[in-house]
Ligand binder design. Structure first.
Ligand SMILES: [Ca+2]
Ligand SMILES: [Ca+2]
Length: 351
């Protein structure tokens, strides 16, 4: 017998989607590090990412897994940040023995094929999330434009998932951790409690030093959705252009910190630029800053990186509680990650 719950699992919510008028770039990639004004989105400036870039633009050794609806890496701003599996070749065999044949650049858990072989259309959500984390300068630039993004598709062509899909999420989390991701961006939510296996997978990731970043939800209410209620994930609420809590953002004691989530310019599949709203687009700012922290100091554990992140948030100028430690600040976070651990710095001069 079917249950209501079977169809009740949803997802992220991105609303007010608008498509920008920016045409595709006439040339190739812009030069990362010299960001022309029009391509520096307000949200990336607001979290002080350009100041952090004087220390690091991100390291290719730091991998963020985007468990989402798939990423369009044909876009010039994303082409070079695609994670590739160094131990896998395209030959019909599972060269690295990880259980996935020819997973040269991630896995599509929706179609159950290598990410480059997917056959169902991708929803825009994953590409937009990826763009906020790591787009290289072009029509927009992301927070950490020199890291790598692992494409781990979970959501279907409409951006949805259902109760029967929980096992896919567990596999996706395991895949990300076992193949070297240090951060997992999970801009998805569910209205019903996930099964125990999902909780165990998230805790398993945390125990291995992988930081899972997820969302508060978009109903403008006290209380966050799953997966944001777990204590061993970072749960992100949304702020707006005025550095105020976004009216649509959920909030509550489960929220760890906040990041811009309203009027976010981001790339969409096939190359349009959208203006997006939702905590789905707040979380990737946090994933990007965590990637910068670990790029500045790869020796930090996941827990230490999360502590630096939370310690350096800018307090929100509001009385409203429930938005965590405040708005993420890339410059402060990276400066602390870089300087606070002298073992990573040059040795002190000999007396
Ligand atoms: Ca493999
Ligand atoms: Ca192979």
């Amino acid at each position: 017998m079917e249950t209501m719950g079977r169809w009740a699992i949803l997802l992220f919510l991105a609303f007010g989607l608008g498509f920008g008028l920016n045409p595709p770039p006439a040339g190739g990639l812009g030069q990362v590090g010299v960001i022309p004004g029009p391509s520096l989105p307000w949200n990336v400036a607001r979290i002080n990412a350009p100041q952090a870039w004087s220390i690091t633009l991100g390291s290719p050794a730091i991998v963020v897994a985007v468990i989402d609806s798939g990423i369009d890496f044909s876009l010039p701003e994303l082409a070079e940040v695609r994670w590739t599996n160094p131990k896998e070749a395209l030959n019909g065999r599972d060269d690295d023995g990880n259980g996935y044949v020819d997973d040269i650049c991630g896995w599509d858990f929706r179609d159950n094929v290598p990410a480059h072989c997917r056959h169902t259309p991708i929803h825009y959500h994953g590409t937009a999330v990826a763009s906020v984390i790591a787009a290289q300068a072009g029509r927009v630039v992301g927070v950490a434009p020199k890291i790598r993004l692992m494409d781990v598709r979970f959501l279907d062509s409409r951006g949805l998932f259902y109760e029967k899909d929980w096992k896919k999420l567990v596999k996706a989390i395991h895949y990300a951790v076992q193949n070297g991701a240090r951060i997992i961006n999970l801009s998805i939510l569910a209205k019903v409690p996930p099964p125990r296996e999902v909780e165990e997978a998230l805790y398993w990731a945390w125990e291995r030093g992988v930081i899972v970043v997820t969302i508060a939800g978009n109903e403008g209410r006290a209380g966050v959705n799953w997966l944001g209620r777990y204590p061993f994930v970072l749960t992100v609420a949304a702020t707006d252009k005025a550095d105020q809590p976004a009216p649509f953002s959920n909030f509550g004691p489960e929220v760890d910190l906040s990041a811009p989530g309203a009027e976010i310019p981001a790339l969409l599949p096939r190359g349009a630029v959208g203006t997006l709203f939702g905590t789905s687009f707040s979380a990737p700012h946090v994933s990007g800053v965590l990637a910068l922290i670990l790029s500045a100091n790869p020796e930090l554990s996941g827990r230490e990186a999360a502590e630096v992140l939370l310690r350096t948030c800018a307090p929100l100028p509001v009385d409203k509680m429930g938005f965590g430690k405040g708005r993420v600040d890339a410059a402060q976070a990276v400066a602390q990650a870089h300087l606070q651990f002298p073992c990573q710095s040059a040795p002190p001069p000999v007396k």
